[in-house]
Design a protein around this ligand. Structure first.
Ligand SMILES: [Zn+2]
Length: 182
């Protein structure tokens, strides 16, 4: 019993994401589309303003969304208004950019809620036999995922696996994945 209690306490104290709402939503500026794409894949509602939208409109629009921007000055202004903002250096590698964002917020992937990387639409799971895809894809994948907004069809092939693996490596490096106890 005591052991179980200790374990429960350890779980509570773990620097996990337990206290951070995982329903965060994002607005990502056009310079960081690669980051936006990954946020959608890992299940976070992420909008990108239309290119050329003035900053003030973005600010009015974001409401409770966390802003991710490559514009330092805009980030400073956003914070001044009491809104949450993460500055990301557009020159750094994709791994570094993702690591910065995931590390700051301790983001946990929510693959059940993955969204369309192209348009942020929600994805609907469909039997591949009911969808217009190649025979090969139908053979390899029983289910595909259809974007409810743009209609694009996705399946969990090698590209998907590579993206998931990248996120896993980043979280591991950040210490967000605990090694399994033997
Ligand atoms: Zn879409």
């Amino acid at each position: 019993m005591a052991k179980r209690k200790r374990k429960a306490k350890r779980r509570l104290l773990a620097p996990s994401t337990r206290n951070i709402p995982n329903m965060l939503k994002f607005v990502v500026d056009e310079m960081l589309l690669d980051v936006a794409k990954y946020l959608r894949i890992i299940g976070y509602d992420t909008i990108c303003p239309v290119p050329g939208t003035q900053d003030r409109f973005i600010l009015e629009d974001i409401k409770k969304r966390v802003l991710i921007t490559a514009d330092k000055e805009f980030c400073r202004l956003t914070r001044k208004k009491g809104r949450r903002c993460i500055y990301v250096d557009v020159q750094s590698s994709l791994n570094k950019k993702l690591s910065h964002v995931i590390g700051k917020l301790h983001l946990v992937p929510r693959y059940k809620h993955s969204r369309c990387p192209k348009c942020n639409g929600t994805l609907r799971r469909e039997k591949s036999e009911n969808v217009d895809v190649d025979e090969g894809i139908r053979r390899r994948h029983r289910y595909v995922y259809v974007c409810e907004v743009c209609g694009h069809i996705y399946w969990k092939g090698s590209q998907w696996q590579r993206m998931i693996a990248r996120i896993w490596r980043i979280r591991k490096k950040l210490g967000l994945i605990k090694p399994r106890r033997k």
